[in-house]
Design a protein around this ligand. Structure first.
Ligand code: MN
Length: 430
């Protein structure tokens, strides 16, 4: 983590807070798999954004005073026992130097010490329900302060939602952040290519899942989210993660999987034939989704809204389905009455960043350079849908890329992964 990046973020946070405010951030809790066995630790995204540190049991206070930015960390050096069981981690003086904190104090008993930094402030910016102890402490202070106690009367009176600021900051990515998403994308692409090469009828969905995970892990990355590997009709279950079915000849397989690099997610979906060759029906549906995706991406640029992008994909998908006689009314009627939702029931994309479905509002938000989004239309024809000819049933296709909005338009961060039918068939044949 480069220091200038962290300092820019701290400065930006302070600039967004009213004068005489303080932000209090808590690290994410440990998460247990069963009894005392922990899941791999994942830092809270806001905390990671403001501190760069991926450890539990931390508290961070940020405020500005006389034009100077203060970032106070509460953290304990590891004990001898921890050194034996878990190993060494950086000590507080290394952390102070590498991450640019103004001071470090002990985490043990930090609530009392906290008061030194927040008394006389007017507003606390915080995310409640992340750290129950801290929530309780603050609630107590506030109720005491209303009781005319002289010391407690110095406690801030207002509580505000920290995410109202952090989501705004996190929405526009710096070059440093974009580079991390690019790194994650590069490894994700390798994973998808590997799955295309290894796919064949008779193997199980989890085998392709494992191929992808192997590539990610081999590159020192992990999955940004649970991989979706859905063969045949399983592709019609939008968040299918069982991945335990057999992959059948002449079926498609939809893979939505991507790696995370230093907290930053990529998010890619490709759909390809299990045996490497698209059937006629699959080809027809595939080309509609691809056209919708490419036209939507072409349209992405500063000043555009999500609604506009979604409208383009809907139009192309609906006219495609009419052409194939899967839908049979007038295009405007289908769009107005949302009849297409039997086949395309989700939005065209989402923000991407530290969270795979990243923070940020959607309604009327204009795209700006530095924002990163996914564009991922799909068509899903469930095998139980008796309103369409049998030959179409059980086809589920989604194509998803990660797109950076630039000054003049956009850059597809995942463009190196094949998506035209003939290109996919070529990779599958290797
Ligand atoms: Mn996505």
């Amino acid at each position: 983590m480069i220091l200038s990046e962290l300092n820019n973020r701290r400065r930006a946070l302070v600039a967004e807070m009213p004068i005489n405010s303080v932000a209090i951030l808590s690290s994410a809790n440990r998460n247990y798999r069963s009894r005392d066995v922990e899941n791999p630790y994942r830092q809270d995204s806001d905390f990671l954004y403001m501190t760069g540190i991926s450890e539990p049991d931390l508290l961070n206070i940020i405020y500005g005073e006389n034009g100077k930015i203060f970032s106070i960390l509460f953290r304990d050096n590891n004990t001898e026992q921890e050194k034996i069981w878990i190993g060494e981690r950086l000590n507080n003086s290394q952390i102070l130097e590498n991450y640019g904190f103004t001071e470090i104090h002990s985490y043990e008993g930090c609530h009392k010490k906290l008061l030194d930094f927040i008394k006389n402030k007017e507003t606390i910016y915080i995310e409640t329900s992340l750290n129950k102890e801290l929530d309780k402490f603050i609630a107590n202070q506030i109720s005491n302060s209303s009781q005319n106690n002289r010391l407690n009367s110095l406690f801030p009176k207002k509580i505000a939602a920290l995410h109202s600021i952090t989501q705004k900051l996190r929405l526009v990515k710096s070059d440093y952040e974009i580079n991390l998403i690019k790194k994650a994308a590069k490894v994700s692409i390798k994973g998808h290519e590997q799955a295309m090469k290894k796919s064949k009828p008779g193997i199980y969905e989890y085998e392709l899942d494992a191929e992808i995970r192997y590539i990610f892990n081999k590159n020192n990355m992990d999955c940004a989210y649970m991989s979706i590997v859905g063969g045949g009709n399983n592709a019609c279950t939008l968040h299918y993660i069982n991945n335990n079915d057999i992959l059948k000849d002449k079926n498609l397989v939809l893979i939505d999987a991507a790696a995370e690099c230093e907290g930053y997610a990529s998010d890619i979906t490709r759909t390809f034939p299990v045996n490497g060759k698209f059937t006629e029906e699959q080809s027809k549906i595939y080309d509609i989704v691809l056209e919708a995706q490419e036209k939507a991406i072409e349209f992405v640029k500063p000043g555009v809204t999500w609604d506009q992008v979604h409208e383009i994909t809907i139009k192309i998908i609906v006219s495609g389905l009419i052409r194939l006689e899967i839908l049979s009314r007038d295009i405007d009627e289908i769009i107005d009455s949302e009849l297409y939702k039997d086949f395309f029931m989700h939005k065209t994309g989402h923000w991407l960043g530290l969270d795979v479905h990243d923070v940020g509002t959607y309604e009327n938000k204009l795209f700006e350079p530095g924002m990163v989004i996914t564009v991922e239309p799909g068509i899903y024809i469930d095998s139980s849908n008796k309103n369409v000819l049998e030959k179409w049933r059980g086809i589920g296709i989604r194509i998803e890329d990660d797109v950076l909005i630039t000054k003049n338009g956009n850059e597809v961060l995942t463009k190196d992964l094949v998506k035209k039918r003939n290109e996919i068939e070529t990779v599958c044949s290797h």
